[in-house]
Design a protein around this ligand. Structure first.
Ligand code: SF4
Length: 65
């Protein structure tokens, strides 16, 4: 699957973000429900509990800096 520029931004910002927390792991299910090991897992902002449909303050400051 080819990534769009927007996908790359979501991945790049999440990779460097200390506040990333996956919506599934935040619910206490661990990585097993994601069907990937924690090593293979790719962080993306839109999978984060703080995403808020793009209103995350950290995300907004990253894309505007
Ligand atoms: S949504 Fe916000 S808190 Fe979550 S990884 Fe992206 S920038 Fe960080």
């Amino acid at each position: 699957m080819e990534l769009t520029c927007y996908d790359k931004i979501l991945i790049d910002v999440a990779e460097g973000c200390q506040a990333f927390e996956h919506i599934i792991t935040a619910m206490g299910y661990g990585y097993s429900l994601l069907n990937v090991s924690s090593e293979d897992f790719v962080r993306r902002c839109n999978d984060c509990v703080n995403w808020q449909e793009g209103d995350c303050e950290i995300f907004q400051s990253e894309i505007h800096s």
